[in-house]
Design a binder for this molecule. Structure first.
Ligand code: EPS
Length: 385
């Protein structure tokens, strides 16, 4: 229903997103998008690049007087750092005399596979696009989607539940309290004690010239039952969410609800008993993470992602210099020590996009008015069942 393309190199002039299929008549705010971009730039463990950038979106099509038109929406985010890279990242002309090529691929990065596949001698031609800088575009697209979700009563949030083996233990049950606790933490973890330990773990990694990964959790409330479908593999919403979260750089695992833990328990300890409160079907627990048969069931959607440690190590692992084939330590590029807090914000917006896509598939119309009618009619029918 809705789709987007992104473009841009990390140290090139800008990042670009083009969104197609977005309905007309939605009031949208640049501030909401900029706020998500700002959140993505934060989090303890980031490197010096984040002091250079101050991401902000410029919308150049598809919106007029603050309302979507139904036509493609173009968003641009400038790379401030480009001014320091103009010679090395020039679109035309010749490479500077003193250009240092990246020839020692970093284990864990796209460097080696991308260099072999695309035939690049300078691995910078791979890493510029493989850079997590591109997640700003995913956030910009998702920040538009979340405004559509908000219009229809849905809300997305995310926080960090694990960094470098330290787990959050005591998380507030209340939706708003959990968000404000995460907002107050430098690592976006809503358990203050675990948050302090996570900060110490990141410091430890930095001192060792090392990096750490972790786990984040995304939650969506207010989804009507029936988004996605059980009838075909590529329409299943759990699969679509997993693919989208997995597409975020450095994500190596995705869980829905209880996830891997469900595989260790009896069925009676896993599945969520069904009751009716006079108005709605309700559950006493939510092990399914709001998804059954590839469809939303009306409970909160819960998706977790596992991020590996950043692959640029200041004390690098061994690699090979590709032109000479001699063993050498891997290249060291300026990087982050831990980007799990940022990844949680990226995932929040990526999930918003997928939910908006499934929502439009179910209630689709070309304008917000039409979607409102479709949703209201469906909810009336569902309430009778
Ligand atoms: C990244 C390396 C760092 C990060 C970058 C992702 O950038 P640089 O090479 O310029 O120091 O800061 O993340 C971003 C720029 C961003 O906006 O998130 C990498 O190699 O993936």
């Amino acid at each position: 229903m809705i789709r987007y393309l992104t473009a841009g190199e990390s140290h090139g002039p800008e990042l670009t997103v083009i969104i197609e299929g977005f309905p007309s008549g939605l009031r949208v705010s640049k501030q909401v998008i900029d706020e998500q971009l700002r959140r993505r730039q934060q989090g303890y463990g980031r490197g010096r690049r984040m002091q250079i950038e101050a991401d902000e979106v410029e919308i150049t099509s598809g919106v007029r007087f603050g309302e979507t038109l139904g036509s493609p929406i173009t968003m641009r985010i400038l790379n401030r750092d480009f001014r320091n890279w103009q010679d090395r990242m020039a679109v035309f002309g010749n490479p500077p005399e003193n250009l240092k090529r990246v020839t020692r691929p970093r284990p864990g990065h796209a460097d080696l596979a991308g260099g072999l596949k695309y035939g690049h001698e300078d691995l910078r031609n791979v890493l510029e696009r493989a850079s997590a800088r591109n997640t700003a575009t995913q956030v910009a697209a998702g920040a538009l989607a979340r405004q559509l979700l908000a219009h229809f009563g849905m809300e997305v949030s995310a926080d960090v539940v694990e960094i470098g083996g330290i787990h959050a233990q005591h998380l507030p049950d209340d939706w708003a309290k959990r968000i404000s606790a995460a907002d107050a933490s430098p690592v976006r973890c809503a358990d203050p004690e675990a948050s302090a330990q996570m900060v110490a773990r990141i410091d430890e990694a930095r001192e060792r010239g090392d990096t750490v990964g972790g786990v984040f959790e995304v939650r969506v409330k207010g989804c009507p039952p029936g988004l996605g479908s059980h009838v075909h593999w590529d329409r299943k919403l759990d699969g679509r969410l997993a693919a989208a979260v997995m597409s975020i750089p450095a994500i190596k695992g995705v869980e829905i609800g209880l996830g891997f833990e469900a595989a260790r328990r009896f069925g009676s300890e896993v599945h969520d008993p069904i009751a009716h409160d006079g108005q709605h079907y309700v559950r006493s627990r939510n092990s399914a993470g709001g998804l059954e048969g590839g469809m939303t069931n009306g409970e909160v959607v819960v998706v977790r992602g596992a991020m590996k440690p950043i692959s640029t190590l200041y004390r690098p692992l061994m690699s090979v210099d590709m032109p000479t084939k001699t063993p050498e330590p891997a290249a060291v590029e300026r990087s982050d020590y831990c980007a799990v807090p940022a990844a949680s914000v990226v995932a929040e917006n990526v999930v918003a996009w997928v939910i908006a896509d499934a929502f439009l598939e179910k209630f689709g119309g070309d304008s917000v008015d039409e979607i409102e009618d479709n949703l209201a009619a469906y909810l009336r029918r569902v309430a009778k069942r």
